[in-house]
Design a protein around this ligand. Sequence first.
Ligand code: NAG
Ligand code: NAG
Ligand code: NAG
Ligand code: NAG
Ligand code: NAG
Length: 198
Amino acid sequence: MRRMNNMVNTCITLILTSTILLALPLAHSLDQDPTAIQEWFKNLPNMTTKLTHLHFYLHDLLSGSNPTVFRVAQSNITSTSPTAFGFIAMADDLLTTGPEPNSTVLGRAQGVYGSACLEESGLLMTMNFVFTGADYNGSTLSLLGRNAVFQPYREMPIVGGSGVFRMARGVATAKTYDFNLTSGDAVVEYNVMVEHYN
Ligand SMILES: *[C@@H]1O[C@H](CO)[C@@H](O)[C@H](O)[C@H]1NC(C)=O
Ligand SMILES: *[C@@H]1O[C@H](CO)[C@@H](O)[C@H](O)[C@H]1NC(C)=O
Ligand SMILES: *[C@@H]1O[C@H](CO)[C@@H](O)[C@H](O)[C@H]1NC(C)=O
Ligand SMILES: *[C@@H]1O[C@H](CO)[C@@H](O)[C@H](O)[C@H]1NC(C)=O
Ligand SMILES: *[C@@H]1O[C@H](CO)[C@@H](O)[C@H](O)[C@H]1NC(C)=O
């Protein structure tokens, strides 16, 4: 009986060890030191591309007790321009799975945006999506594009990424879910299609 138990224990240990060994290369592929990056690039010809669809809500809060976006600069026509031309804001917006601010947090959208269009509301967006949720923890996606905020859908390029999204490219679509004209607070639905390697 004791012998049997020992055998079972050994088996469990073996299973656990091999699970850890199998998991190691996965964790290893996320190494961000220069040698690991070099190895990753060497292996690039043998890697396959993968398509990932991300869906989340961005909370751009100017008011309330916990604002996440602040104006940092403006031009001398910003206050009289119908499009607030030339204002620049820095944001660290929450990304969540649902439109409610208390839904599961996926990460933050950190970056700079500003009014870059004299004729209509058109923002220049330079944002990093910084993922901290279970799925893409530690990885980022970089967005650079034009956001005509009053259009129903705004298509913006994903120009790169880091971690599991290294060398990624894709397209983000923004759609306003909720916008408070008085406070300027907005909840924006994002769909991101991104091609990356694995
Ligand atoms: C890529 O795959 C080929 C064929 O399986 C193999 O010969 C080669 O060593 C691999 N290259 C790298 C960098 O792993
Ligand atoms: C804004 O600044 C420019 C350059 O300094 C100046 O020529 C222009 O008159 C200013 N415009 C306004 C509306 O103050
Ligand atoms: C989230 O907030 C709503 C009200 O806005 C509330 O009804 C709900 O219970 C909250 N959910 C959690 C998980 O706290
Ligand atoms: C994400 O990674 C950080 C740093 O490695 C860790 O502290 C945190 O617990 C992780 N979060 C999740 C949700 O896995
Ligand atoms: C819009 O913002 C104003 C000012 O912060 C606030 O008083 C009002 O309740 C908000 N409206 C909605 C529908 O949340």
